[in-house]
Each structure stands twice: as C-alpha cells, then as structure tokens.
Design a protein around this ligand. Structure first.
Ligand code: PLP
Length: 411
C-alpha cells in the first residue's frame, strides 16, 4: 500500500508526514502502523536537557530512567551533540570493508580502560550477546565437538534476538518462539551449588549479568562470581559477563566486574556506551580475543564513524566530569534517601527499590503524572537508573516526587 500525506493527515489541516504533524497525528500513526510490541506510557517526549525531558505540552519530567540506562551523560549534552554533528558532517558511514579512525580510537580506549585485548563492535545489546555466543561456540568446538553448552541464570535478561532470548532464563520470553536454538542450561542465580553441578567439560561458556537488571536489580554475590570464575577456569569455559546495563560507569566503577575483583574472558556492552546513539560491543581477552576470524561474524552498520565518535565523546565526558565517581557518590546518597520507601538493592546509579505492596506499575503512572520518569521491573520493584550526571539536589527532587507518588497510590 502506498500512503500519501493526504491519506494520513486530514486532522492536521493538510499538514503531511514530517511537516510539523500534531501530537494526535503521531499517536494515531503509532497506534495504527507500529507493531504493538511495546506498552507505551501516554506521553510524547519531544526534547531533553540534562536530567530533564519535555513532552508535547511543554510539561517537564525528571528522568530517573535515562531511556533504560542509555542516556548516560544526560540529554542534549553540548559536547556529545557537537561530536555527533561534526562526525555527521564529515563521514557517517563507510562499512567495515575500510578502516575508520573513530572506530580504531574507540577500540584502543576501551582496551586502555579495561582488561581486554580485542573488541567486536555491533549495534545493540542483543547483538553483543550474539557475538559472545558465536565466539563461545567456536571456541568450544575447537576443543571438542561436545563443548558447546552455555550456562545462563534464571531471571536473566540478555536481549531479544533468537539466541539472546534463549540465553535469557525466562520462559515467558521463550514459549511463543519455539523451537529455540539448543545447547543452553539454566541455573538459579546466586546458587553456587547449582552452578557447580551444571558446569562441566562440555560447557563452552557461563554467561551472567553481574547485576540482573530487567530481573529486578539483583547483584551477584561476591562468592557467586568468584565461584563462576573458578569453575570456568577448571573446565576451560569462557566466563562472559553481560555488562550491557551495568557497564560504562553505571555502577560507580567503569565496569561492574571491578567491584568483584575478577576478570571475565568476554564482556558485552551497549546501552550507555553511545549516550543514546545505538552501539554495542563484545570485548574479549586471551584465546577468546583470537577466536573469530575473517568471515566468521560481521555487521554492516557496526562501529561506524558516527556511533563510535559518539561513544568516544561519551568516554571524554565521563572522564572530564568524573561521572564514574559521581555515579558512586550520588548513587550511595540516593540509595540512602530511598531507604524509607522500601528495601534497596544495587550499586552506583543502578538501584532497585522493593515496595511492600504490588503497586509498582501504578506508582510508575502516578510518578509520570507528577513529573518523574521511573520504571518498574515487576509488581513490587522499581528500577532507578538516572543519567550519570545526576546531582544530589536532583536526587532529592526525585525522591520527593516518588514519595508523593507512592503515598497517593498506597492510599
Ligand atoms: C538491555 C539488555 C540487553 C539487550 O540490549 P538491546 O540493546 O535491547 O538488545 C542485554 N543484556 C542486558 C543485561 C540488558 O540490560
């Protein structure tokens, strides 16, 4: 079907698509033509500035979500904006058939900041997981034909592509899409005995989130990650930490594995890395870094000059504004301020708040009405993942709004 502007936009007095459409037009187009995979909140956001978002009515919202841990340096950061604009005016894309400086520079900087040796760039968290899974399978099969099993945790989240969703240990995400790729074993998170029982010489990788994000902000225990590292060493399996949400300063360290004093073989990144521009990365060291060879894997868009220039700018801002430290100090402060509202979990600016009633979804709606954007990961859990530029003053403001929202819902 061909859609003309006349078909679409009678209500806006002849204004067509892309010509200053009304908010109501966008809502209709969205409801009519975008696949219904998301339960959207009833606001249309048009603009952001720092920790604030603005809707079509000009109403402002304090952002305690950062686009799901993506807008790490806040909205419309002038340095990031300039870097993106300048790169867009220079070279947006060249393909991976050619070398480009922003990609090489980003690779170098990620290595300097971490314990890894090589990176595969991609466009999302799920793709970073796909790369890690393919890498692990190739690594395992080079040792023995049966070394193909991948151990993941129940309640985990690793993305929506078929292999990433299979790695995700939540049956509700699996059932509609069977048959799934074989070779995955699931164990309860933070259960040392279960992990020890399942990992063996046929395991090619153990894949874990250091802090389960979508699962409700549940940190791995120190003993658990220590045990995972030991078991992987004993059975020559790769330890993959999925830092798509926890990475890039979110938890008050550059990478959350640094809290645990262990180093994985593979680490996946995405969300906060590009400050809002889609980019993912799969970092590896040792034999894992040398496993994928020409032709084994690839992506057209991956690591293009635009997204890598954005990620380079994000790394500049994190350093210049000491945002890793800020995530640690403001995160600790915010956690303390949230404590009267319920039990808190998490590290840095990745905080889960456990409410004593099943009202989390209602609180999200009420908070939105009051001007606070926040997210629920379950019936009783709120997830708080603000931009890393959050100040103590804004933390206070958010806690006040959240306190009001909870009070009015709990009435
Ligand atoms: C969000 C998330 C993913 C998936 O990332 P996408 O960019 O949505 O594909 C994978 N792992 C973790 C831990 C995540 O939080």
């Amino acid at each position: 079907m061909t859609i003309t502007t006349n078909d679409i936009s009678p209500a806006s007095g002849g204004q067509g698509v892309g010509q200053g459409a009304m908010a109501s037009d966008a809502k209709l187009w969205d409801q009519t033509h975008v696949m219904t995979t998301y339960a959207r909140q009833p606001v249309q956001l048009v603009r952001g500035e720092g920790c604030w978002l603005f809707d079509t009515e000009g109403k402002r919202y304090l952002d305690f979500l950062s686009g799901i841990a993506v807008c790490s340096v806040g909205h419309a950061h002038p340095y990031l904006t300039k870097a993106i604009a300048e790169q867009a005016a220079t070279l947006i894309h060249a393909s991976n058939l050619y070398l480009t400086e922003p990609q090489a520079r980003l690779a170098r900087r990620l290595m300097e900041l971490s314990d890894f040796e090589r990176v595969f760039f991609c466009n999302s968290g799920a793709e970073a997981i796909e790369a890690a899974i393919k890498l692990s399978r190739k690594y395992g099969r080079a040792v023995s034909e049966s070394k193909v099993r991948i151990v993941t945790a129940t309640n985990s989240f690793h993305g929506r592509t078929l292999a990433a969703v299979t790695a995700t240990g939540q049956p509700k995400y699996h059932d509609p899409f069977a048959p799934l790729p074989p070779g995955f074993d699931y164990v309860p998170f933070n259960d040392l005995a279960a992990l020890e029982a399942i990992v063996n010489d046929d395991t090619c990788a153990v894949l874990l989130e250091p802090i389960q994000g979508e699962g409700g902000v549940i940190p791995a225990t120190q003993e658990y990650l220590t045990k995972a590292r030991e078991l992987c060493d004993r059975h020559k399996a790769l330890l993959i930490l999925d830092e798509v949400q926890t990475g890039v300063a979110r938890t008050g360290r550059m990478w959350s594995y640094q809290h645990y004093g262990i180093v994985p073989d593979v680490m996946t990144l995405a969300k906060g890395l590009g400050g809002g521009v889609p980019i993912g990365a799969c970092l590896a060291r040792g034999v894992a870094a040398e496993t994928l060879k020409p032709g084994d894997h690839g992506s057209t868009f991956a690591g293009n000059p635009l997204c890598t220039a954005a990620a380079n700018a994000v790394l500049d801002i994190l350093a210049d504004e000491c945002l890793t430290q800020n995530a640690a100090t403001v995160g600790a402060y915010l956690k303390e301020r949230l404590a009267p509202l319920g039990a808190t979990r998490g590290m840095g600016l990745m905080i889960g708040l456990e409410l004593d009633k099943s009202i989390a979804k209602k609180v999200v709606v009420e908070a939105l009405a009051l001007g606070l954007i926040i997210n629920a990961t379950g019936d009783t859990t709120l997830r708080i993942i603000p931009p890393l530029i959050l100040t103590k003053e804004l933390a206070d403001e958010g806690v006040n709004l959240l306190t009001q929202a909870i009070a009015s819902v709990a009435l």
